[in-house]
Ligand binder design. Structure first.
Ligand code: ATP
Length: 235
């Protein structure tokens, strides 16, 4: 599905990623975990075309993404839910969902996509006419994810979906990620909530100051003493 090979990304002269390679199989949840500033967001932004790599290659189902604009990459089937959600706060829930289906080939299926999104997120149907900015933090995150699903993406990229949410809403968020997974959506997930992320992930990559430090199945990494010590507060 997604192959990232030897990616190198810098902000000006300051390097942020060095020789990072990851692979995402269709239908799986892959998590990218690591401390603040490890380069997780940089990796996601480079995959969706918002940043240009200095070196390396990215392929989606074998098609190269290098040099393509974000809109083109979105059209190829990648939907990115950014950290901070990227909603249009003054627009309604429905208008935000419409924007998720702006690509012509997706717009044709708008009605079906909307019904599917409402089935998955019933709260959004109840609040269709409400301004996005007036939703609770959890509802806004649901809306951001629902908007991304409107394009029926082959790869859904989620950057810190649990950020700033209360523990109960975090549980709901991870349950939702599990539901999307069971519907066959492929998910690339960045999380600071390492425990939850590894629990839900089929496979995970650990980034440390811009380099790949470890990788393995979620279960393997959860049981790893180094991971427990470094990221989960286990002494
Ligand atoms: P966090 O969880 O805190 O968001 P992260 O793992 O997502 O962290 P990135 O945001 O990818 O990390 O940042 C990786 C490195 O790149 C950091 O050292 C950061 O300071 C730097 N960086 C990120 N964005 C920029 C930018 N726009 N200009 C310059 N440096 C940046």
């Amino acid at each position: 599905m997604l192959d990232v090979n030897n990616l190198e990304v810098a902000y000006g002269d300051v390097g942020a990623l060095w020789g990072v390679s990851i692979h995402v199989d269709p239908g799986t949840i892959v998590a990218i975990v690591g401390a603040n500033g490890a380069g997780k967001t940089t990796l996601l932004k480079t995959i969706s075309g918002l940043l240009k790599p200095k070196r390396g290659e990215i392929f989606l189902a074998g098609a190269p993404l290098a040099g393509k604009a974000p809109e083109e990459i979105a059209g190829m089937g990648i939907a990115h839910v950014p950290e901070g959600r990227g909603l249009f706060r003054q627009m309604t829930v429905l208008e935000n969902l419409e924007l998720g289906a702006f690509q012509p080939k997706v717009r044709k299926r708008f009605k079906q996509s909307l019904e599917k999104a409402y089935a998955l997120f019933p709260r959004l149907k109840e609040r269709a006419g409400q301004k996005a900015g007036s939703l609770s933090g959890g509802e806004q995150q649901m809306l951001a994810i629902a908007r991304a699903t409107m394009s029926d993406p082959s790869l859904l990229i989620l950057d810190e979906p649990s950020l700033g949410l209360s523990p109960i809403v975090v549980q709901q968020m991870f349950a939702l990620i599990g539901t999307l997974h069971s519907q066959g959506v492929t998910i690339l997930l960045v999380e600071q909530n390492i425990h939850q992320a590894l629990k839900v992930a089929d496979y995970a990559f650990v980034l440390k100051t811009g380099e790949l430090a470890m990788q393995g199945t979620g279960t393997e990494l959860l049981a790893d003493p180094e991971i427990q010590k470094a990221y989960m507060g286990v002494l």
